[in-house]
Design a protein. Structure first.
Lengths: 73, 534
């Protein structure tokens, strides 16, 4: 029993040092700032507006559904 | 249109900020940092307003009998406290953190929809005024006073209540719209404004927490808006959604409210589940443990949160089958939550830990929220719930769930990123004193409430039997200590804004992430040229 616990703790210790997922999400970012990108952000802005309308429409539809579902008979 | 939007984009961060001076800057701004600051100032203001209201309530409860106020005023105070803290403090505080930090963390120049961002914020102040105005008018003898139904606004009381209820309905509508606009902005920013190379699974956990939260909000807030619209129609247009005499059903309101109300708990929790790993990782000097497990855990919590609402209604009458379903599904949420707890603790495991103020608040959050979670399991038991329902045990439980998240978790985040915002290190000594006063004050307030609740003291009652008086005295003393601690927090923040030791770009030794690659304080415009993520 003791050895099982010891083995589990050992595995946990190793895992915390070696991140089983292979992703180190808070340590791999760098800020090289190599590309000028005003055009890139402007291009994305069009998609932003479309996505904004989409989620706005979803929210409004849910509001209408909530009212319609329980409408007085 | 696209051309105009290109012009909306912030210019080179090295140049002048070129914003209007004075009040116009704050009214017209579309800068995420400005708007984030305004959200946070609004939130702390509402924390003080809602806190002052509940201190008046605790003063009344210091002794049995009616000392300071009549029950009508007591009801208004507890109702406004709940609504203000949830919609006026906790949600704007989270949105403020998201606004300031998301672009910095994702490597974006701003939020995706800056004008919508400005609009989303400026809906809040009039909504808050609308909520509390009837209260102050009532104090001056004008009108029946504020909404007095409890924050749950249960029918038929909400249908019969005075016109403070109408103000509350419109206020909730506006707060809901603000929240939805903020959520749309968060979702679009996360989906479409990440720096190249930052895939969803390289994205920091902060962003995952806010993504799940925003999707939850878009799902639940329109339903609450529909619900309060029905109440408004019942009150003024002779519909009978919730009036039994006209064929309606008061319990329908409970279903609609808690369909919003229960996920709301996770709306308040999940942003903090995103903040805390950053703090734990930085002060343990280790990468977060179980990144993917935490992401899946947050999504699991978000998904389960919308299918468990009726555990709030065990005593309103439902079939045994329904009770069993809602009991087990509620208990199921503890599994992804336990995964998060495990990952947080494993992040600390064998780390080179130091306990600066943000770390103290993060660890304090884990411990106290753990108590909130465990007592929640007790309440989720359909057989045991009738003993605790509407007793002070419940009040203590949800304060253990909500205060550590919305206040202590948020303060962990604020203390952690404050050097990045102000360019100065905070006063560590004051921060630590603040933490320990919070711990003493909070536990002194709410541990007695567990005990009087178990003994049968009901909530929302201004008077109580003599047998509960000692615990109530202690609870009141604790509440005032807790209240004072917030003033210390505000003083510490102001002190940090005004000066102090200069913060380096990377203010904390173990801190990692894009936000620490820009100067402290962060320039008015950041990441106009995209960072690359390896």
């Amino acid at each position: 029993m003791d050895s099982a616990i010891s083995c589990a703790l050992s595995h946990l210790r190793d895992a915390t040092y070696h991140q089983v997922s292979g992703v180190l999400p808070m340590t791999t970012h760098t800020n090289d700032e190599v590309r000028p990108s005003a055009e890139e952000w402007a291009r994305r802005q069009k998609a932003n507006v479309r996505l904004g309308y989409l989620f706005g429409a979803v929210a409004f539809a849910l509001f209408l559904v909530a009212l319609w579902k329980y409408r007085p008979l | 249109m696209a051309h105009d939007m290109a012009h909306d984009l912030p210019h080179d961060g090295a140049h002048d900020a070129h914003y209007q001076g004075g009040a116009l800057r704050w009214i017209q701004t579309t800068n995420h940092k400005d708007i984030g600051i305004m959200y946070l100032i609004f939130a702390i203001t509402m924390l003080l307003v809602g806190g002052a209201m509940i201190l008046a309530v605790r003063a009344e409860l210091f002794q049995p009998g009616l000392q300071l106020m009549q029950p009508e005023l007591f009801n208004q105070l507890i109702t406004l406290h709940g609504l203000i803290m949830v919609f006026g403090f906790a949600m704007p505080a989270a949105t403020g953190l998201a606004n300031y930090m998301l672009p910095l963390i994702l490597g974006a120049p701003d939020m995706a929809l800056p004008r919508l961002n400005n609009w989303g914020f400026w809906i809040l102040p009039p909504a808050a005024i609308m909520l509390v105005l009837p209260f102050f008018l009532g104090l001056m003898g004008i009108g029946p006073g504020a909404v007095d139904t409890g924050w749950t606004m249960y029918a038929p009381l909400s249908v019969q209540s005075g016109w403070g209820m109408d103000f509350a309905i419109f206020s909730v509508h506006m707060l809901g719209v603000s929240s939805i606009l903020g959520s749309i902005n968060v979702i679009v920013t996360i989906l479409n404004m990440r720096a190249p190379g930052m895939t969803l699974f390289k994205m920091p956990l902060f962003a995952h927490g806010f993504l799940v939260t925003a999707i939850l909000l878009i799902t639940i807030m329109p339903v609450l808006a529909g619900g309060v619209t029905m109440v408004l129609m019942d009150r003024h247009f002779d519909t009978h959604f919730f009036t039994a005499a006209g064929g309606g059903d008061p319990v329908l309101w409970q279903h609609i409210f808690w369909f919003m109300g229960h996920p709301e708990v996770y709306v308040l929790l999940l942003p903090i589940c995103g903040v805390v790993p950053h703090v734990l990782s930085a002060f343990s000097r280790k990468p977060v443990y179980g990144y993917r497990a935490q992401v899946y855990g947050m999504w699991g919590i978000g998904g389960l949160s919308v299918i468990v609402w009726a555990h709030h209604m065990f005593t309103s009458g439902m079939s045994t089958g329904s009770q069993l379903y809602f009991m087990y599904s509620t208990m199921l949420i503890s599994l992804p939550l336990a995964v998060l707890f495990f990952c947080w603790i494993a992040t600390l495991w064998r780390g080179s830990m130091t306990f600066e103020t943000p770390m103290l608040f993060a660890v304090g959050f884990i411990i106290l929220f753990g108590w909130g979670g465990l007592t929640g399991l007790v309440l989720a038991d359909a057989a045991a719930d009738p003993q605790y329902h509407n007793a002070y045990f419940l009040v203590a439980h949800f304060h253990y769930a909500l205060y550590p998240t919305t206040v202590m978790g948020a303060m962990a985040g604020v203390y952690y990123w404050l050097p990045k915002w102000t360019g100065h290190m905070l006063d560590e000594r004051l921060g630590k004193i603040h933490f320990w006063i919070v711990m003493v004050g909070f536990n002194l307030t709410f541990i007695p409430q567990f005990l009087v609740g178990l003994a049968g003291m009901p909530r929302r009652i201004p008077d109580y039997p003599l047998m509960f008086s000692e615990w109530n005295m202690l609870s009141t003393v604790g509440a005032f200590i807790l209240g004072v601690s917030h003033l210390l927090f505000i003083y510490n923040v102001i002190k940090c804004v005004r000066g102090g030791e200069k913060a380096q770009d990377k203010a904390w030794e173990g801190a990692e992430g894009l936000e620490w690659t820009v100067p402290s304080p962060a320039p008015y415009h950041t990441f106009e040229t995209q960072p690359t993520i390896k």
